[in-house]
Design a protein around this ligand. Structure first.
Ligand SMILES: Cc1cc2nc3c(=O)[nH]c(=O)nc-3n(C[C@H](O)[C@H](O)[C@H](O)COP(=O)(O)O)c2cc1C
Length: 204
């Protein structure tokens, strides 16, 4: 099993989502000791922002990319190839300003490639990543479940779910540490529950 483990928190070793994503990957390794895990930290190693020249060359081989953008294009091509090679994608995703970190959005921007991860058919857009599984290792300072007063502010997990659903991924789960900032000085409320959820995940 090929596993892609992505982290995006800016908070380094104090990060809650990093603890959750690590627990998910530990669970995966325990159930599939032969797993090959590729790790990418988009906060420590930010990707280049998408520009028009980069957007127009996404998914193209290196010899079709202008020299002026070859390094940035290669960086984006590398993340695309990591996703294409993965059976399971584990994404550490904190909520920042009600959405995902901008570094993680830049990672997403490298992945929507027509003809590679989705295509246009007679019935509209069709995702091509249907065989993959996504686990979102989520952390949220507050509470955003359906029925809570702030449910409509949630654009983090829902963004990732929509994006990967567009690419055809059907098997999507979230392991969530919520309410991590419910009181001053407390950074990890909700983490124990998420770690239990991670340990209970089943990877057939
Ligand atoms: C820059 C920044 C923005 C944040 N914005 C929100 C927010 O909009 N809503 C929320 O509930 N929590 C917010 N938080 C709190 C984080 O979601 C919470 O602390 C989470 O556990 C952080 O995960 P991490 O430790 O993996 O980075 C924010 C934290 C930071 C650092």
């Amino acid at each position: 099993m090929n596993v892609l483990h992505v982290d995006s928190s800016i908070l380094g070793e104090n990060s809650v989502s990093r603890a959750v994503s690590a627990a998910v990957v530990a669970r995966l390794r325990a159930s599939h000791p032969d797993s090959r895990v590729t790790y990418r930290d988009v906060a420590a190693d930010p990707l280049p922002y998408l520009t028009a020249p980069l957007a127009f060359t996404l998914g193209k081989p290196a010899d079709q990319v202008p020299a002026a953008i070859s390094a940035d294009a290669a960086a984006l091509r590398a993340v695309l190839e990591e996703v294409l090679a993965a059976d399971v994608i584990v994404v550490g995703a904190p909520m920042y300003n009600f959405g995902i970190p901008s570094q993680l959005k830049t990672w997403l921007d490298a992945l929507a490639v027509v003809g590679v991860t989705f295509r246009y058919s007679s019935t509209g857009a069709e995702g091509l990543l249907g065989s993959k599984r996504l686990v979102i290792a989520s952390s949220q300072g507050g509470f955003y479940r359906a029925g809570t007063p702030t449910a409509g502010f949630e654009h983090q997990e829902s963004h990732l779910r929509s994006f990967f659903a567009f690419l055809g991924v059907k098997n999507i789960q979230a392991v969530r540490a919520e309410g991590t900032k419910v009181s001053a000085g407390a950074d990890d409320h909700g983490l124990p529950v998420a770690l239990q959820q991670a340990a209970a995940l089943s990877f057939a």
